[in-house]
Design a protein around this ligand. Sequence first.
Ligand SMILES: Cc1cc2nc3c(=O)[nH]c(=O)nc-3n(C[C@H](O)[C@H](O)[C@H](O)COP(=O)(O)OP(=O)(O)OC[C@H]3O[C@@H](n4cnc5c(N)ncnc54)[C@H](O)[C@@H]3O)c2cc1C
Length: 436
Amino acid sequence: MESKGLYIIDADQGYNMLEAVAEAKRCLNCKNPTCIGGCPIENDIPEFIKEISKGNFGEAREILARKTNLPAICGRVCPHDLQCEGHCILAKAGKEINIGKLERFVADFDHTMGLINEKIPRKTRGKVAVIGSGPAGLTIAGDLAKIGFNVVVYEALPEPGGILLYGIPDFRLQKDVVRREIRKIESYGVTFMTNMVAGVDFTVDTLFQSGFDAAFIGTGTNVSNNLDIPGKSLKGVELSSYFLRTSMLANEGKLNSSDVIVKEGSKVIVIGGGNVAMDAARTAVRIGAKEVSVVYRRSEEDMPATRAEYEDALREGVQFRFNSNPIEYLGRGDEVCAIKVMTEEGEEILEGDVMLVAIGSKPAKRIVSTTEGIDVDEKGYVVTREKPYGMTTLKGVFAGGDVVHQPATVVKAMKEAKKVAEGIAAYVDAKKLLDL
Ligand SMILES: Cc1cc2nc3c(=O)[nH]c(=O)nc-3n(C[C@H](O)[C@H](O)[C@H](O)COP(=O)(O)OP(=O)(O)OC[C@H]3O[C@@H](n4cnc5c(N)ncnc54)[C@H](O)[C@@H]3O)c2cc1C
């Protein structure tokens, strides 16, 4: 357990060597492994597990590195029950191999022992700018640097990592794990420039003027939707994304606990039914809120949060109100004290002194509004094409991750980014050939 500013980080410690080998030995090494099909980036799962079972952790690491730059992260936050583990043949008997934990073991062992020995070629194939450093940007940067591209990542925030750093709470993904994965990508020769906002500090056009051959937009969906109901300006109403970010900063001692809206003894209502709502609720529990309820407008079955996240929230004492549609925040003076919801039985008033809104997010317009020629759809998502994969309507400008396909998962952003990296490489190689 790690004691920090705001609450105790009670993260699962993962396997030790004996446990990992024992778990790996349970793998049946199927002739037609279904687990691979469950992994969006098609990690060679039986192969890396076989190496663990023989004690060859370095070999296991090499196998994972063929497909992923972020094994320590995927091993912790992928929805394994819906992916690899859900597709494991042993899942039918409820005895699936704990693939996520094994991936995490290999990545952590690699880090502890300093096994990394990536042979990175000289940077001779061209210069690529990556805007945004979430899993999409990090994947592009890692994949391109490993095949000889000179990559510079521009990140708006003071530290790279995107949602991995500022969104997913530290009790599920410790921040030192994110930082060390970024250091690994940095060791491939990638340059990170932070506090650099595209559309403010530079534009896509200025990138090309300064000699980049291609640019990648991986800026995610960092505009959170707000609930437009009376009382939304009352004190105590806050976006969950802001709450998660301030809690993370306070936990690291970079912000005063008094700047975090949830306090010990708060009565918190979280509005929404996705994984962000679960994270906000569980973080509030850890801070010491007296009562935490999630209010969701549809039924339990309709809730978009993954089953595992929902069950963890229930186990930790979070209460759920389904089929309750918020219609008004009520205040005492300028502070919120309750929310009025419409249920099947009529209006109901739920008391609370903190309201956290978690009802989705969308892309910002900063880049497309300062660059001519990048088309977006009616919801603001960047339009890309199949050939070269991921190129936008503006030549040489590519996009991938949540900013293209809507908020999804870390591994989905990685999967798309891997394909876009191939598209960028093909485009830059062709461009260089024609330039000659
Ligand atoms: C609270 C929360 C919990 C989640 N939990 C999970 C989970 O457990 N498992 C899972 O698989 N997925 C989870 N997700 C979803 C997952 O994190 C996202 O799908 C993924 O991070 C998207 O990656 P991305 O690289 O496209 O964007 P992001 O991670 O959003 O990264 C975008 C980056 O671009 C930067 N940026 C934005 N605009 C600019 C600009 N103009 N100039 C420069 N930089 C800019 C941002 O600061 C950010 O660093 C969660 C999401 C949230 C919000």
